[in-house]
Design a protein around this ligand. Structure first.
Ligand SMILES: [Zn+2]
Ligand SMILES: [Zn+2]
Length: 176
């Protein structure tokens, strides 16, 4: 157990996250300052529904990598409190260095924990704007990353079209 003095110093980091170049979706999350950078990376992977295991990711400040996370390698000793400067502070988070998905993170506030809350948690998020699959089924639940990279645009799919027309393609769950 952490000593009382250390626990008393815990601060909560309020962070807004979204994909680079897309208005939606966005999430506001609150995480403990003493959460490890590796655990924060894993949390972001769940928030953005990434299911590709073993992929490397990175936190960057102005294009320069601060920490690279490799699920198969050693974890950096740094925490969320080491990652950010005072609010407002902006970082980038890139998931999957092989096929990068760029995200923007903004630290908006640092405050004391609230007794009734558990951390980490998503505390606010956008109202969903559902995407339609080309076949007309609403909502689409997947993006085809393979076709998306070929076409240079997002390719939303329903479950049926994914199975029928995109077998073997790399797909990602759509985050609404
Ligand atoms: Zn496809
Ligand atoms: Zn469809």
């Amino acid at each position: 157990m952490a000593p009382v003095a250390a626990a008393a110093r815990v601060r909560i980091y309020r962070i807004r996250a979204r994909y680079q170049g897309r208005r939606l979706p966005w999430r506001v999350m609150e995480v403990r300052g003493d959460m490890s950078v590796a655990a924060f990376d894993r949390y972001l992977r769940t928030v953005f529904l990434y299911e590709r295991p073993g992929r490397r990711s990175a936190f960057l400040r102005e294009e320069a990598a601060l920490y690279t996370l490799d699920p198969a390698g050693p974890e950096p000793a740094a925490t969320v409190a080491d990652l950010f400067r005072d609010p407002p502070d902006r970082l980038a988070w890139v998931f999957d260095l092989e096929h990068p998905e760029h995200h923007r993170l903004m630290l908006t506030a640092v405050h004391l924990p609230e007794r009734t809350r558990t951390y980490p948690a998503v505390v606010r998020q956008n109202a969903p704007e559902y995407r339609t699959c080309a076949c007309g089924v609403t909502p689409a639940t997947w993006f085809c990353d393979t076709c998306g990279r070929e076409q240079g645009m997002l390719v939303p799919l329903c479950d049926d079209c994914r199975r029928r027309d995109h077998a073997g393609h790399e797909v990602s769950r759509i985050v609404y």
